[in-house]
Every structure is written in structure tokens, then in C-alpha cells.
Design a protein around this ligand. Structure first.
Ligand code: G3P
Length: 217
């Protein structure tokens, strides 16, 4: 499973990219709005750290306006993936954009049927929102498993991005369920690194070495 960062914060991108684990990036209008950063400025900086797929979302509500947004966003880089909402207008836009060779990420997916429709219309990626499914008392993990099973059964090439990740456990669950990618917020990346036994072990190594009196390696 590949790991993407879900953010529009440039400092977060810089730090996680320095770990050597980052295969791509996803943003959405809420994340960009939070940073109050124009997309052009964001892209100029982000492209220094992310060479893999970088999802930018359209704002238009009709297929035509989504297509217009997509053509504009694509100018920011060859690695730009166009994020479209899974609506009827989003599907119409997807049909046109996939025929033109755009990479697409169908977002706000909350059911296996939505994922199936996206795959049939040529989506490169689908993004089931596991955390928001959990929020309404259903099981986000089960949704990823179901989509995976359907895509495997019918040899659909669309990749699954587990999105709306809220905990380190969600990342493990996405990997076990067979997601191709998990897009993870910065704070969850930090939690994935941390383990109390790692800290305890490191302290013991340091203390034992200090007691030994040996100088240098
Ligand atoms: O990748 C989608 C994500 O940004 C939404 O996450 O936590 O707002 O449901 P959340």
C-alpha cells in the first residue's frame, strides 16, 4: 500500500517528504481553505517535494464547469490528478476527462455502488471516506474490503485510496483490507512512528552505552 499525505500545509509536506515514505499528496477545498493559500502558490511550492500523483479538486457543480476547472488545474503539473465528486454531474465530467487521458480521483465515496460507477466510467482512483463512514455508525473498513472484492472480482483497474483516515489503526485496517493507497493526515503519520517501547528501548541502549565507558563507534 502506498502512503499519501492529506494536507495543503507546506511545512507538513516538507517534513513527511523528508522521511522518504511519501508516494503522493491529496488536497480538498477544506484543506486549502484552512491554509488560506492560492492554489498557484501552493502548487509552485508543493511540486518541490511531491513528484508522485497530486490530487486537486474541482469546484464546479455542473459537468461543464468541472471539466473547465480540470483543464485549468491540469496546467499546474503533469502529476496533477483531478478530484471529482461522485455525483451525476461528476460522472459526466469523468466520462469526458477519462477519454481525454486525465488522471482522476472520485471523491466523497460512501458506498461500493458509487465506487463501481466510478470505476466503470474510467476513474483512475476512488476515495472511500472511511472516517466519515465510521462517524455515521457504519464500518469504513468494511467499505474498503467490499470495494476491493468487487474490483478484484471484475478485474477493474481503478485504485482504492482509503481517505478520511482518523487514526493509526485506520491505516493498518486500510492495508489489511487491500487499499492500494492510504491518504493520511500529518498528525497520524506522527502517531504511526511513535511507540512507547521504542522510546524505552532507546533510553536503555543509551544508558548501557554510557555505563560501558567505550568512546565512539
Ligand atoms: O481525504 C479526505 C479527508 O481530507 C477528509 O477527512 O477527516 O475531514 O473526514 P475528514
Amino acid at each position: 500500500m502506498e502512503l499519501y499525505l492529506d494536507t495543503a500545509n507546506l511545512e507538513e509536506i516538507k517534513e513527511i517528504a523528508s522521511w522518504g515514505v511519501l508516494a503522493g499528496l491529496t488536497t480538498n477545498p477544506s484543506l486549502l481553505a484552512k491554509e488560506k493559500i492560492p492554489v498557484a502558490v501552493f502548487m509552485r511550492e508543493a511540486e518541490n517535494y511531491v513528484t508522485g500523483p497530486l490530487s486537486l479538486e474541482v469546484l464546479g457543480e455542473t459537468a461543464d464547469s468541472m471539466i473547465e476547472d480540470a483543464r485549468h488545474l491540469k496546467k499546474y503539473g503533469d502529476n496533477v490528478v483531478i478530484k471529482l465528486p461522485l455525483t451525476e454531474e461528476g460522472l459526466k465530467a469523468l466520462k469526458v476527462l477519462s477519454a481525454e487521458g486525465f488522471q482522476t480521483n472520485l471523491t466523497l465515496i460512501f458506498s461500493a455502488n458509487q465506487a463501481l460507477l466510478a470505476a466503470k466510467a474510467g476513474a483512475t482512483y476512488v476515495s472511500p471516506f472511511v472516517g466519515r463512514v465510521d462517524d455515521i455508525g457504519a464500518e469504513g473498513k468494511a467499505l474498503v474490503e467490499e470495494i476491493k472484492l468487487i474490483f478484484q472480482q471484475y478485474q477493474l483497474k481503478t485504485k482504492i485510496i482509503a481517505a478520511s483516515i482518523r487514526s493509526a489503526r485506520d491505516v493498518t485496517d486500510a492495508a489489511v483490507a487491500g487499499a492500494d493507497i492510504a491518504t493520511i493526515p500529518y498528525g497520524i503519520f506522527k502517531k504511526m512512528v511513535a511507540h512507547p517501547l521504542t522510546d524505552v528501548g532507546l533510553e536503555k541502549f543509551k544508558a548501557d552505552w554510557a555505563k560501558s565507558g567505550i568512546q565512539g563507534l
